[in-house]
Design a protein around this ligand. Structure first.
Ligand code: ZN
Length: 87
C-alpha cells in the first residue's frame, strides 16, 4: 500500500516527453527506468506504459552490452549520483 502511494502519479515519462524511440546511447533517457544501482525498475514503480517499458528494457540491455552502464554496482562504490561516474 505504501509503495503504491509513493508512486501514485502514474505518468509515463517517455509519453510526457513524446519519446518515440529510446536510444541505448541516451543514458539520460534510460535513467527513468533505472534504479540508483542500475537495475531495471519494474513498470509498477516507474509508471511507464508497456510500450516504453519494453523499449527501455531493450535499450538498457543493449547499453549494458556496450559497457555504457554497469551490470552491477559494487556495494562499496554506491554513491549518491552514480550517473556522474559515467563518462
Ligand atoms: Zn509511454
Amino acid at each position: 500500500m505504501s509503495k503504491e502511494r509513493k508512486f501514485k502519479k502514474r505518468h509515463c515519462k517517455y509519453c510526457e516527453n513524446k519519446v518515440d524511440y529510446i536510444d541505448y546511447k541516451d543514458i539520460a533517457g534510460l535513467k527513468f527506468t533505472l534504479s540508483e544501482r542500475f537495475k531495471i525498475m519494474p513498470r509498477r514503480l516507474t509508471g511507464n506504459c508497456k510500450k516504453h517499458q519494453e523499449l527501455a528494457t531493450i535499450a538498457i540491455k543493449r547499453a549494458r552490452q556496450t559497457a555504457l552502464i554497469p551490470y552491477i554496482i559494487d556495494r562499496k562504490n554506491v554513491v549518491d549520483s552514480p550517473f556522474d561516474l559515467i563518462r
